[in-house]
Ligand binder design. Sequence first.
Ligand SMILES: Nc1ncnc2c1ncn2[C@@H]1O[C@H](COP(=O)(O)OP(=O)(O)OP(=O)(O)O)[C@@H](O)[C@H]1O
Ligand SMILES: [Mg+2]
Length: 260
Amino acid sequence: MSVETRTEPSVTAAQPADLIRLEQVTKRFGANTVLDHLDFAVRPGRHVTLIGPSGSGKTTILRLLMTLAKPDEGTITVDGEPLFPAPEKQVREVRKKIGMVFQHFNLFPNMSVLRNLTEAPVQVLGLSKDEAEERARELLELVGLADKCGARPAQLSGGQQQRVAIARALAMRPRVLLLDEVTSALDPELVAGVLDLLRDIARSTDITMLCVTHEMGFARDISDQVLMFDGGRVIESGPPEKIFSDPEQDRTREFLGAVL
Ligand SMILES: Nc1ncnc2c1ncn2[C@@H]1O[C@H](COP(=O)(O)OP(=O)(O)OP(=O)(O)O)[C@@H](O)[C@H]1O
Ligand SMILES: [Mg+2]
């Protein structure tokens, strides 16, 4: 029998199989240190929700993963490959594994719904137009908008636009889907439809989700793990039933008291 010697892992220690791994990531805007030697990791297929007060750096983390911003220090790896620091060519490859849906859908306004879904698969992944259209039609079916292929984004409701944005992200077949308060710009009566769609996707696919939301009921439903951010660090993490019902930290209790 072989004896394995290894150092005792800390709670946040990265595992080799992590899909996303941030190590000692620091991000500053001028004198404002938004992320302070942040460590966290997400295993494949997990649904992880980030919660925390406004300005605590949740969106900044997603923007770093989307390479819309760069850390000042630390390393980021996705699926074992460096995203930061990394040469530009590699960044482009690794980026293909990540899809993001924003609060404000950011659809291409001059393109049809169908073309919104086929543009990046054709341009970035090199799919043929026919393959991309087939994939797009399946996804529009999934999000309940098969009849809107020819519409322009402005002809759709906010909830429909957000469902197109989700389908557009999925059209790239990402390993991980980043969701930043995807329902917070919607009229209240449109929120449930979008959350139901995301629940469906979480249940029926093996996609990894990293989700920022103020919808605590939704977070409780879909998350395997909830991370509470404050002051640029994860101050507490655990399964939703623990974090929402019996948090360890006063700061978490105070935050949940204000939002629940
Ligand atoms: N481009 C930028 N330039 C300067 N400061 C920035 C920039 N982007 C974010 N910040 C600052 O970084 C901090 C974290 O912002 P971030 O958007 O990540 O917070 P958040 O947790 O997503 O908040 P919210 O819940 O309000 O969306 C804030 O203090 C914000 O003012
Ligand atoms: Mg934000």
